[in-house]
Design a protein around this ligand. Structure first.
Ligand code: PMP
Length: 343
C-alpha cells in the first residue's frame, strides 16, 4: 500500500487558504457545502445525450443502440451522479465537511469525489487499487485528493477492505461513504439517469444494458424504468472471468457482492471477454468516432449480441439503451489495446 497526497486528515496550504476565502464570503458557515448552496459545477452533472449508434456490427437495424454518453459529465464519468448524491447526503447529515469523505473506488468514483469535493470544500480520501489507470491517478493528484493505493491483485475488494479498516480506526476523521452499500448511489440514478432515458426515448426504450460495478446505475435507472414499463429488459454485463481488463466492472461470482445489488431486478446477465470488449472499443473509435472506455465496449458488444440473437420481428422493435460510463481518454496509456491489430 502506498499513500500519496497529505497524510490522513492533514490539510495543505492551498486547502486551508480556500477554506479561509470561503469563510470570508460565508462567515456563519464552514465552507460552501454547509452554506446550503451547491457549487456551480455540481449543476453540470447529468443531462447527458443519447447517441444513436449505427455500427455495421449491429446489422441493418437503424438506431437500435442508443449510447448514454456519460463521459460528458464534468468529472468525465457516470460516477459524478452517485458521488454528488452521496456528498449531498453527508452534508445534509452534518458530517461533511467536518470530516473527510472516505471511500473505495476503482477510480472513477474517486475522481468524482475529488472534483466535486474540491468545489465544495470537502476533504477527500480514496482507497484505489494501484493498477487503476495512470490517467485516473494523475487526475486524483490534480484535484488534491488523498490516495491510498491498495494491492492490485485484490482489485476493488482490497480497496473496500482498506477503506473499512481506516473508517473503523479513525471514526472522527473520516465519513465512510460506502458507495457499494449506500442507497444514495442507486437513488442518484433513479432520480436522474432513469428519467432522462425515459424522456429522451419517448418511452420507446425496450432494453437497458449496463456493466455492473457497484450496480448503482443498473439498480437505480433500471428500477425507475421498470416502474414506467414493466416489460422492459434489464441487462447486466459482467466480465467473463475473475481476472479481466474491464476496469470498473465486477465478476460477481468471485467478488464481494455489493449490498445494493438486487439480482432479482435483472432479467439477464451477459458475460463478456476482455478481448471482445477491446475490439468493440476499437471499432467504435474507427467506425463511429467515439472513443470510449473498456466497460462501454463490453456493454455495446453485449447489446450487439442481444440484437443479433433476436428474431427479425423483435429486432426491429428493439431500442437498446447502453450506458457508456467513461471515455477512452482515461485509458490512453493502454495504447496497445486501443490500436487495432496491424494498425
Ligand atoms: N464502468 C466504469 C468505467 C466504472 O467506473 C463503473 C463504476 N465502478 C462502472 C462501469 C459500473 O457502474 P456501477 O458502479 O454504477 O455499477
Amino acid at each position: 500500500m502506498r499513500c500519496f497526497g497529505s497524510p490522513y486528515g492533514q490539510t495543505r496550504g492551498l486547502r486551508v487558504a480556500q477554506a479561509e476565502t470561503r469563510a470570508h464570503t460565508a462567515p456563519d458557515h464552514h465552507g460552501t457545502a454547509a452554506a446550503g448552496t451547491e457549487p456551480p459545477i455540481w449543476d453540470l452533472v447529468g443531462e447527458t445525450p443519447l447517441l444513436p449508434l449505427e455500427s455495421p456490427r449491429a446489422g441493418s437495424v437503424r438506431h437500435a443502440i442508443l449510447l448514454k454518453a456519460e463521459w460528458l459529465n464534468p468529472g468525465g464519468s457516470v460516477k459524478d451522479r452517485p458521488a454528488r448524491e452521496i456528498l449531498r447526503a453527508g452534508i445534509a447529515a452534518g458530517v461533511l465537511p467536518r470530516r473527510r469523505v472516505l471511500d473505495a473506488s476503482s477510480g472513477n468514483t474517486a475522481v468524482a469525489y475529488a472534483m466535486l469535493g474540491a468545489a465544495a470544500g470537502v476533504g477527500v480520501t480514496v482507497c484505489v487499487p494501484s493498477n487503476a489507470s495512470p490517467e485516473r491517478m494523475a487526475l486524483l493528484a490534480a484535484y488534491g485528493a488523498e490516495v491510498i493505493e491498495t494491492d492490485p491483485l485484490e482489485g476493488s475488494d482490497g480497496a473496500i477492505r482498506q477503506a473499512r479498516q481506516m473508517a473503523a480506526e479513525f471514526p472522527d476523521r473520516f465519513w465512510y461513504a460506502d458507495q457499494y452499500g449506500n442507497p444514495a448511489n442507486p437513488e442518484a440514478h433513479y432520480r436522474t439517469t432513469g428519467p432522462e432515458i425515459w424522456r429522451d426515448t419517448d418511452g420507446q426504450v425496450t432494453h437497458l444494458v449496463a456493466g455492473v460495478g457497484t450496480s448503482g446505475t443498473l439498480m437505480g435507472a433500471g428500477r425507475f424504468l421498470r416502474e414506467q414499463k414493466p416489460d422492459i429488459r434489464l441487462i447486466a454485463v459482467e466480465p467473463d472471468a475473475p481476472f479481466h481488463g474491464l476496469e470498473g466492472l465486477k465478476h460477481m461470482a468471485t467478488a464481494i457482492v455489493p449490498p445494493i445489488y438486487d439480482v432479482a431486478l435483472v432479467d439477464e446477465t451477459v458475460f463478456m471477454g476482455t478481448e471482445r470488449a477491446d475490439a468493440t472499443v476499437r471499432a467504435l473509435a474507427w467506425e463511429a468516432g467515439l472513443l470510449v472506455g473498456w466497460s462501454t465496449g463490453a456493454a455495446v458488444a453485449a447489446a450487439q449480441y442481444l440484437i443479433q440473437r433476436a428474431v427479425p420481428d423483435m429486432r426491429h422493435r428493439m431500442r437498446v439503451v447502453v450506458i457508456a460510463p467513461d471515455g477512452g481518454q482515461r485509458y490512453l496509456s493502454e495504447r496497445r489495446r486501443l490500436i487495432a491489430e496491424g494498425g
